[in-house]
Write a protein that binds this ligand. Structure first.
Ligand SMILES: [Zn+2]
Length: 294
């Protein structure tokens, strides 16, 4: 039908398709070439293709700051030459599944880092005290768990300062690692965090366990399929599915020769230069408004 209509419009059957065919072959070759390049440049086959083809990522790699950028105090990934992963749990303290998760980790002697929300710390200081006593690493996930890029610098500083004050009150420990809510950050967030002595911690393997209907099986499969040397695994401690998936995740990774490290240990293994402790004493932290709010 189509050919007939073309003919009647004065085309011979070959004229139009010829150019189209050439274009299709070139396009297919370009796509195929790019995919092949992505395959070759991505030896562990774990890096998302968007990163493989992002010029910004290549610049970061060329500068040697794709894992830890000392100027921004941003940790994106651990040492890929070490068979280690960092389990990180956001949004605690949680009283329903948090203690269960901590018990599994303790039972299996797996190190982990907990990114805690200040206003929840205030509600359940005993859970935080226990996490600290059991040797887990405590970290800052802001006071209110609101998106930081929209805030003014002194508000970002307050989010970190208030959360740290509550964690200190509960556990006697100050924090020097932070993860922005939703891992949403920009240069302003990184600058404020660094000025307050924080390393900002991103992630490489997300379990999507924050979605209500995620099953333990999905979490387990997703984490195990994506984990690689140097992975930062992002989990949450307020979901039943995560607690149910955790024992098998730990056992399986361990059987593959992985060790579990805290984020601080991961930074040490990268020889990361962490930011200096804040120049502003905590009790004078309201001065951050003047120092940082440009
Ligand atoms: Zn969170």
């Amino acid at each position: 039908m189509y050919v007939k209509r073309l003919k009647s419009a004065g085309y011979t059957p070959r004229m139009l398709p010829r150019r189209l065919r050439l274009f299709a072959v070139l396009a297919a070759a370009a796509v195929g070439g790019l995919l092949l390049l992505g395959w070759v440049l991505n030896p562990q086959r774990k890096t998302p293709l968007r990163k493989v083809f992002s010029p910004a990522e290549w610049v970061r790699h060329w500068k040697g700051i794709d894992r830890y950028d000392p100027n921004q105090a941003l940790l994106s990934e651990g040492d890929p030459n070490r068979r280690e992963v960092a389990l990180t749990f956001d949004d605690g303290p949680d009283t329903r599944y948090g203690p269960q998760i901590a018990a599994i980790l303790k039972d299996k002697k797996a190190a982990a880092t907990f990114f805690l929300v200040g206003m929840r710390v205030k509600e359940h200081p005993e859970v935080v005290r226990r996490l600290a006593a059991e040797g887990f690493e405590l970290a800052n996930h802001t006071y209110n768990h609101q998106s930081l890029p929209a805030l003014k610098p002194h508000q970002i500083a307050n989010e970190l300062r208030l959360c740290d004050a509550d964690i200190f009150e509960a556990s006697g420990q100050h924090t020097s690692l932070m993860r922005p809510p939703g891992v949403q950050y920009n240069d302003k967030v990184l600058e404020v965090a660094r000025a307050l002595g924080y390393v900002t911690v991103s992630w490489t393997v997300g379990a999507r366990d924050y979605e209500a209907d995620t099953s333990p099986e999905f979490i387990r499969q997703r984490v195990l399929a994506r984990a690689a040397p140097g992975s930062i695994i992002l989990l949450h401690q307020d979901t039943a599915a995560t607690a149910a998936a955790l024992p098998e995740i730990i056992d399986s990774l361990r059987s593959q020769g992985y060790q579990f490290v805290t984020i601080s240990q991961m930074l040490e293994h990268l020889h990361a230069k962490r930011p200096a402790a804040p120049q502003i004493p905590p009790q004078k932290m309201h001065l951050t408004k003047i120092l940082l709010d440009r």
